[in-house]
Design a binder for this molecule. Structure first.
Ligand code: TYM
Length: 355
């Protein structure tokens, strides 16, 4: 029996280098290893938690699907599907929510972060308990929707309904994966069954990836406005990299690197050769480094990765027939396993049919 791999990306816009190195490049590599039962989807229901314009949501789904295929996912080798094409997920979401605590959801970092953004509260402190009071406050609760709160339940269902063993995701999703394992254990213990497995992140033996942004701090993210997109034109991409935040340069040999410089090196390690990384590290350590040179090399090496993908995206995104065929095949396969799981979960929970 092959190990089951499952992962997804929210349909909230174009994919950036964070999505690529944290997720998509690993999807492709896992598919190509040929030893997994690979399943990759586009999370359009999750995208609803941040209220996308209904006119553009479908285009976002289409663009991620094109990016999946352009990066190398192959509908003949992997099951590629759209989350909302598997309605069993929504039913099981309702069932699993019966065993999820409001408190544990409110303490999830991603919820606090998004709730804070929606309420316009600025704080870097993940443990800020005031946020919970703000959310419950009468004025604010209108703006933080229950879908956002129950986001981790829906993600757990995506994973558990396919009985996934491995879930390749970036570092920012590890807490959600931890919750998924907790919900699986809880379900098994409440009903006295050994039904759900506990899925694990997968990084080919390495640590979970966190791709930094170009603005000197934090991770690359759509809402952070610090992204390099797979679809960025070369000119745009070069400009973005050349404008990345740096510092005044090392003042003494072997000084520690500031956050923005560390970030540039993290990006360099992802896209460049080890020799080039060593060259610039040595130059930093002996104070001869010129950040302009580093940025130029970085931009060209990023382009080497993104340009061929970009070309294929442009090719594929208008091929509606190919796109439709890919997700139709995927939906059939994903539904087959999901409906079997749902039937079993209903049975375990005591929802029986008369007919
Ligand atoms: P999403 O859409 O926010 O991100 C998709 C994937 O990209 C990774 N990622 C990053 N990795 C490294 N560095 C970054 N700067 C960076 N930014 C994004 C994320 O870790 C993720 O792997 N909840 C998920 C979607 C989802 C899902 C699932 C994933 C829904 N159901 C079931 C796996 C299994 C999400 O919001 O990803």
């Amino acid at each position: 029996m092959k190990e089951i791999v499952l992962s997804g990306i929210r349909a909230t816009g174009q994919l950036h280098l964070g999505n690529y190195y944290g997720a998509l490049s690993k999807f492709v590599r896992m598919q190509e290893e040929g030893v997994y039962d690979s399943n990759f989807f586009i999370a359009d229901l999750h995208a609803l938690t941040t209220h996308p314009d209904p006119k553009i949501l479908h285009n976002n789904v289409k663009s991620i699907l094109s990016e999946y295929l352009a990066a190398g996912l192959d509908p003949e080798k992997s099951t590629i599907f759209v989350q909302s094409d598997v309605p069993e997920i929504s039913e099981m979401f309702l069932l699993l929510n019966m065993h999820v605590g409001i408190g544990e959801l409110m303490r999830t970092a991603s919820f606090k972060d998004k709730a804070r953004k929606q309420l316009g509260i600025k704080t870097d402190n993940d443990n800020d308990d005031n946020i919970e009071k703000e959310i419950i406050g009468t004025d604010s609760n209108k703006r933080v929707n229950a879908g956002l709160l129950t986001y981790p339940t829906l993600m757990a269902v995506d994973i558990l309904i396919q009985h996934a063993d491995l879930v390749p995701v970036g570092k920012d999703q590890e807490q959600h994966l931890e919750l998924t394992r907790r919900f699986a254990r809880r379900f098994n213990s409440v009903y006295g069954v050994e039904y759900f497995k506990e899925p694990a992140n997968f990084n080919f033996g390495g640590n979970a990836v966190k791709v930094p942004g170009l603005d000197g701090s934090g991770k690359m993210g759509k809402s952070e406005g610090n992204c390099i997109y797979l679809l960025d034109e070369e000119k745009v991409l070069r400009k973005k990299v050349m404008r990345a935040v740096t510092d005044e340069g090392p003042k003494a040999p072997n000084s520690p690197m500031s956050e923005p410089i560390k970030n540039l090196f993290t990006l360099l390690e992802l896209v460049s050769t080890q020799d080039k990384v060593k060259f610039f590290t040595d130059a930093y350590n002996d104070c001869s480094i010129r950040y302009g040179d580093l940025k130029k090399e970085l931009a060209e090496d990023i382009i080497k990765v993104t340009a061929p993908i970009r070309e294929r995206i442009i090719d594929i995104q208008n091929n509606d027939e190919y796109l439709a065929k890919a997700v139709k095949m995927g939906a059939e396969k994903a539904r087959a396993r999901a409906s079997k799981t749902l039937e079993e979960v209903r049975e375990i929970m005591g929802i029986k049919r008369f007919f």
